[in-house]
Design a protein around this ligand. Structure first.
Ligand code: ZN
Ligand code: ZN
Length: 154
């Protein structure tokens, strides 16, 4: 999926997503909003939090007793876009370390390594998804399932 430049900002406040305050999160209708806007638009329904999507008016509920951060998925592709720069640095650092350990690594060796890496899907995945994000999405997956069940039974 290609993320356009304009998708990197929230459709409500038109601010660019960030990794701290304006984290891009998915509503159950798959529209994306920043966390600040989600918090502003959420309404408390007993133990649930309901957010009505400003684009399609679908109501997403989160809970019981979960915050929006706990109950809604982070849009990982947008998150990757935000962290793109940092990831690149990390990759470069890894390559540098490898170069040192190999002693006499030339630019060409580095290139062949890179093409090998991209054919190894699992390794590539490991490079692209920081472990903290993996843990986060596992958490979110669990809470999403809980909130989803609650939504459909109530
Ligand atoms: Zn926003
Ligand atoms: Zn929507």
């Amino acid at each position: 999926m290609v993320v356009c430049e304009e998708d990197r900002e929230c459709g409500v406040c038109y601010q660019a997503y960030t990794r701290s305050e304006r984290v891009p999160r998915l509503l159950h209708c798959s529209h994306v909003l920043c966390t600040l806007c989600l918090e502003r638009m959420s309404r408390a329904l007993s133990s649930l939090l309901a957010v009505r999507c400003p684009f399609c008016r679908w109501t997403t509920c989160v809970g019981p007793n979960l915050s929006l951060q706990e109950g809604l998925w982070v849009h990982t592709e947008l998150w990757d876009q935000i962290s793109e720069h940092e990831d690149k640095n990390e990759e470069e650092r890894e390559e540098e370390e490898e170069e040192k350990s190999q002693g006499q690594a030339t630019r060409q060796v580095q290139l062949t390594q890179q093409s090998k890496w991209s054919s190894l899907k699992s390794y590539k995945l490991h490079l692209e998804v920081p472990p903290i994000l993996k843990r986060l999405s596992n958490n979110l997956q669990r809470t999403f399932q809980i909130s989803h069940q609650t939504c459909s039974t109530s």
